[in-house]
Design a protein around this ligand. Structure first.
Ligand code: PSU
Ligand code: MN
Length: 304
């Protein structure tokens, strides 16, 4: 299988300099155009400004790519319902590569490709998790099983608020996936800072680097660093919950299933909150890119 690693990314990896992977599903399915295109550029810039090299990951015309070029990123962003790269989770990688199409990688698929390239740190918004009603639907994101098997440190704002957060944390514990809170004892709820669920607190990037290295030395795989959204953009938890309840209702009315559920709910939530959820999403993604670069830098220092 051919794997393309951008020359700048390869050079950084060879020299032991920090690299941060970024996913492409959030570009093609997570945010509306043009917010998604601006965001993709802004995340790469945040990583650079903090001294690391960004590597946006996706399947470009059938080729798994770590470090997509601006033209490919723009193609993934300029989409509508008739023309959209497929959403590629771990199970879909082989198919999309064989078919030769464009594929936007989820957290799970991005982790798989980033690890293959030798990248250790990855910044995203919210991971997938256990869906509400999973007892009936069995809808548990492959992001969770990937975290249990692939050694990547994922910097996120927790799991998407549309999920069952307590069940998601239970699942991560079962998989041996550490969940650290960035300067907080509370698991963030993506759009809002508080979920009421406790996690272990990481005070700074060098602490995260040491915890990561110890976890890896002990045979652990994935790890989560959960960063609360910036306070000035965070939404009130009760408002978000009410909007989610309405979004879930329309999802069940329209009988949305499978991979379509997450994009459907995110779009419904954007409508329900008059775009406030999109502003919060963009702000937290940029912040996560910045903190991921600091952590990748700390890991590179500990190793050298
Ligand atoms: N969080 C967001 N926007 C997104 C996603 C997460 O704010 O678009 C994407 C990520 O790529 C994540 C995926 O891996 O949704 C999870 O989808 P599913 O629940 O179908 O596994
Ligand atoms: Mn799912």
């Amino acid at each position: 299988m051919k794997l393309v690693i951008a020359p700048e990314v390869q050079a950084a990896l060879d020299a032991g300099r920090p690299v941060v992977a970024l996913e492409s599903t959030v570009i093609s399915h997570g945010l509306p155009y043009p917010h998604n295109l601006e965001l993709a550029g802004a995340m790469e810039q945040e990583v650079r400004d903090s001294g690391a090299v960004p590597a946006t990951v996706g399947i470009v015309a059938g080729v798994p790519t770590v470090g997509m070029d601006p033209a490919a990123i723009e193609r993934f962003a300029r989409t509508d319902s008739h023309n959209r790269p497929s959403k590629v989770s771990r199970r879909d990688l082989g198919y999309v590569i064989a078919a030769g199409g464009d594929g936007a990688t989820t957290v799970a698929a991005t982790m798989a490709l980033a690890h293959l390239a030798g990248v250790q740190v990855f910044a995203t918004g919210g991971i997938g998790g256990v869906h509400r009603g999973a007892r009936e639907s069995w809808d548990v994101s492959a992001d969770l099983t990937e975290l249990a098997r692939t050694p990547i440190l994922v910097v996120c704002a927790g799991a998407k608020a549309i999920l069952d957060l307590p069940a998601t944390l239970e699942y991560l514990e079962t998989g041996g996936v550490p969940v650290l809170g960035w300067q907080t004892h509370e698991f963030p709820a993506f759009y809002s800072t508080s979920s009421g669920l406790p996690v272990a607190k990481a005070p700074d990037a060098s602490f995260v680097a040491r915890a990561w290295n110890a976890h890896r030395a002990l045979g652990g795989a994935g790890m989560l660093l959960a960063v609360p959204p910036p306070a000035e953009y965070a939404l009130d938890r009760a408002t978000v919950e009410a909007a989610i309840a309405r979004a879930l209702q329309s999802a069940s009315k329209e009988e949305t299933h499978g991979p379509a559920v997450t994009p459907f709910l995110l779009a419904a939530l954007a409508r329900e909150t008059a775009g406030e959820s999109v502003r919060a999403n963009v702000a937290l993604l940029r912040q996560n890119a910045r903190i991921a670069a600091q952590v990748a830098t700390a890991i590179a220092h500990v190793l050298s």
